[in-house]
Each structure stands twice: as structure tokens, then as C-alpha cells.
Write a protein that binds this ligand. Structure first.
Ligand code: AVJ
Length: 311
């Protein structure tokens, strides 16, 4: 296996910039990518096991039943924000790809991928990097490529950035290559809201974990107990918002930034949007990024979709 590392010093800079920028806005906001330190990644894996959180197991069912057609003619699989190898294994076992290129910010995750897939006859070439900054540094293609962006993470991008990011992915595709895009679909809001408000409180802990990341990495003094988890489906925008609501007025200090941040009583900090799609919206976003929808694979209830798109 090979691992290319494109991170190191730059990543903390991105957190510092995001925190400084986000906490000094009139409506405070932090980008969701900072949830995923080691503890946050564990919490996310735990979220996926909660009975209310349907996206992961629904997408897995689609990959299991439609894997062969999704991977037909594919020589190598690139997975953006790869995380655990569960989905990669299903796709690699269903097709004939000879190379797997996991791309993730976590070096641990990328190295583990090679170990976990050692029993497959697949060459693993990992890339440690930020999918928003380092996609120009992928290894040269060895054949027809499938670029997978699964789990519904595309929904974390607001609509304008979403199309820009899809266009960037499109620029990686040669004729005959494909994008495999996972998207959560619009459905009964009660089902969606339950998925982000699990009874065991794992999502709430995951949400508050971003404050622990800021405390540790930037010398912050956020009191995690002073914020409550809020998640709701915005029906007009068709996205979930997660927020942290201050339970009392407070001043938070971020040492490394020399920053003091005031929170009013019940003031909210937005930590994530997670867009839910219709097939029309998927096709329109792909088209706006110069991509053509070739296939939309969904589960029997129509809760989640894996789309095949080409340039
Ligand atoms: C990993 C971004 C797809 O938006 O559903 C899970 C993250 N946030 N519960 C999602 C998440 C709260 C998840 N994605």
C-alpha cells in the first residue's frame, strides 16, 4: 500500500480560521467537518447504529443490492471522506476494481483501510487530505474511475458550494468515469427529525463534541454542559439544521485566537446543515455542475439514493 499525506500543519490553520470567522458572525456558525476528531468519529459510528438513524443502513442496503451495476466496468474506486471500509468492501467485492483510493483527513482512517481490505485482491493507495483542498493531488488514474461520495455528506454543503464541489469532482472525471453520489431523500419530517434527535442522545453528544475540539485545539473554555442540542427539519429549504443553544448568557474565551465570544441566553450556534434531496434536485445540481445523471438506485421505501453520474 501507498499513503500520500497532504495535511499536517494546514489543518489546524483551517480550524482556527473557521472558528474565528464563524464565531464572530452575527449568526454564529461552525462548519461540520470539525466534528470528526477521534472521539467525534467514534460518536458518528455510534450514531449509525442508532435505530432512528436510517441513512447509513439504508445506503448499505442499496450498495448490497445494486453494487454490481454501480461498479460495472470500473477499474479503480476513489472514495471521498472514506471513513470506515464497510461501503468500500461491498463495492469492491461486487465489482472488478483493482485499486482503491481512500481519501480522508484522518491518517489513522486511511492506514486502517489498507489493513481492513488486505484479504481482497486490491491495491490500496491512500490519500490523507481535505477533500475540499487536496483533490488535485490524487494519484494518476490507472483506468476507468468511480469517484464515490457516499453517506449523504454532499448535503452538508449549502446549495451554492454544493454545486461548486460537484463541479470540482466533475473535473476529476474523464470520459467513461463516473461519480457515485449518496444522498438522503426528502420524506416525512418526523422520520428525519427523529434521526437527528436519537433517544440515546448520541447525536447530541456528537454535536457538543465540536466544542471539545475547539477547547483542545485552540485553548477554548467552552462549557459543554452549558449548551443544548437542537436539530430540526427546515421544510422550506429541505435541510436539517443542527444547532447548539446557550442555556444561559456566557462569555467563552478562545485562547489561541485571543478571542472572547459572547453568547446571549438561548443564542444558537449552527453546527451543520444536512440537505435532503428529491430526484429532480439531484439531477439539477448535477446538471449545474456539468454532470449527467445516468442511474438513480434507491431503496424500496425511497428514503435514500445512490446516483451514478458522468461528465
Ligand atoms: C455524515 C454528514 C452524512 O448529515 O446525516 C449525523 C452527519 N450529523 N447525525 C448527516 C450527521 C448528525 C451525517 N453525514
Amino acid at each position: 500500500m501507498t499513503v500520500d499525506v497532504h495535511l499536517a500543519a494546514g489543518q489546524e490553520r483551517s480550524l482556527a480560521d473557521d472558528v474565528h470567522d464563524g464565531l464572530t458572525r452575527p449568526f454564529k456558525e461552525l462548519p461540520p467537518k470539525h466534528f470528526y476528531d477521534a472521539h467525534g468519529s467514534e460518536l458518528f459510528d455510534l450514531i449509525c447504529e442508532q435505530p432512528e438513524y436510517y441513512p447509513t443502513r439504508t445506503e448499505l442496503r442499496i450498495l448490497r443490492t445494486r453494487g454490481a451495476e454501480l461498479m460495472e466496468g470500473v477499474d479503480e474506486l476513489v472514495e471521498l471522506g472514506s471513513g470506515a471500509t464497510t461501503k468500500a468492501r461491498i463495492l469492491l467485492e461486487a465489482g472488478q476494481a483493482a485499486r482503491y483510493i481512500p481519501v480522508d483527513v484522518s491518517e489513522t482512517v486511511v492506514r486502517a483501510a489498507a489493513d481492513e481490505l488486505a484479504d481482497l485482491d486490491v491495491d490500496v493507495h491512500g490519500v490523507v487530505g481535505d477533500i475540499e483542498r487536496h483533490l488535485d493531488r490524487l494519484p494518476a488514474p490507472s483506468g476507468r474511475r468511480a469517484v464515490a461520495f457516499l453517506g449523504g455528506t454532499i448535503g452538508n454543503f449549502p446549495p451554492g458550494s454544493r454545486r461548486r464541489f460537484l463541479r470540482l469532482i466533475g473535473s476529476l472525471l474523464a470520459p467513461g468515469d463516473r461519480l457515485l453520489l449518496g444522498t438522503d431523500l426528502v420524506k416525512d419530517p418526523a422520520i428525519i427529525e427523529a434521526a437527528y434527535n436519537d433517544a440515546a442522545g448520541v447525536t447530541a453528544e456528537f454535536n457538543r463534541n465540536v466544542l471539545a475540539v475547539v477547547n483542545r485545539e485552540l485553548g477554548g473554555d467552552f462549557d459543554l454542559g452549558a449548551f443544548e442540542h437542537v436539530a430540526f427539519f427546515d421544510r422550506r429549504r429541505e435541510w436539517v439544521e443542527m444547532r447548539l443553544r446557550a442555556l444561559e448568557p456566557q462569555v467563552v474565551t478562545i485562547g489561541a485566537l485571543g478571542l472572547e465570544v459572547d453568547f446571549a441566553h438561548r443564542e444558537e450556534l449552527r453546527t451543520e446543515i444536512s440537505a435532503k434531496f428529491t430526484s429532480e434536485r439531484i439531477a439539477a445540481d448535477l446538471a449545474a455542475a456539468g454532470l449527467t445523471l445516468r442511474k438513480l438506485a434507491t431503496d424500496p421505501r425511497g428514503w435514500f439514493a445512490v446516483t451514478v453520474a458522468e461528465r
